[in-house]
Design a protein around this ligand. Sequence first.
Ligand code: FES
Length: 176
Amino acid sequence: MATVNFAATSLLPSDFCSGNRSFSGCSVSCTKLVYRRRTVSMCVASNSTGTSATVPEKPEIELEFIGPKPSGDGSYPVERAKEISGEKLLRNIMLDNKIELYATYGKVMNCGGGGSCGTCIVEVLEGKDLLNERTNAELRYLKKKPESWRLACQTIVGNKENSGKVVVQRIPQWKK
Ligand code: FES
C-alpha cells in the first residue's frame, strides 16, 4: 500500500471578495478569488491486476525461555517472545523482553554483547536449525561445552526466510 500526498487547490466560499474597478472609462465589477492550498492525503493500494494487494507478512520465530530453577510447585518457569526472522540477536530479544540472561558474574561483568566475555551462555533445546552457525567467538569460549550451548550475543534468531519455534534454556551452567 502506498500513501500519496499532493496539494489540491480549492476555492472556498469564504475566499471570495468583491469590488468595483474602472478600466478606460468603463466600470466593471470584479471578483477577486483567493486560492487556498490544501494538502490531501490518500492511500492507494493496487497490484498488477488492479486489485487490492496485501503486503506479505514477514516470517516469525516463536521463542520459549525455560528458567534455570524450578518455582515453588516444582515446574520450571517459561517466558515467551516472538520476533521477525533474522532481525535480532538472541541477547537483544532477551533484554528487550526483560528475560534474565546472565548469571551472577555476567550481570556485572558482561562485555555488552561484544563476544569477548563468554557470560551470555544459553542452551538451545529446540530449533537449532533456525539459528546461525557458531561464530569464532563461540568456538573460542564454548570449545569444551556441549554443542547445544550458544552465546546469546552471537546468535541470530532466524534467517529472514525461515519460521518456527526455538526453545532456550537460560543459564544452563546452573543445571549441570
Ligand atoms: S555478552 Fe559478552 S560474550 Fe556475549
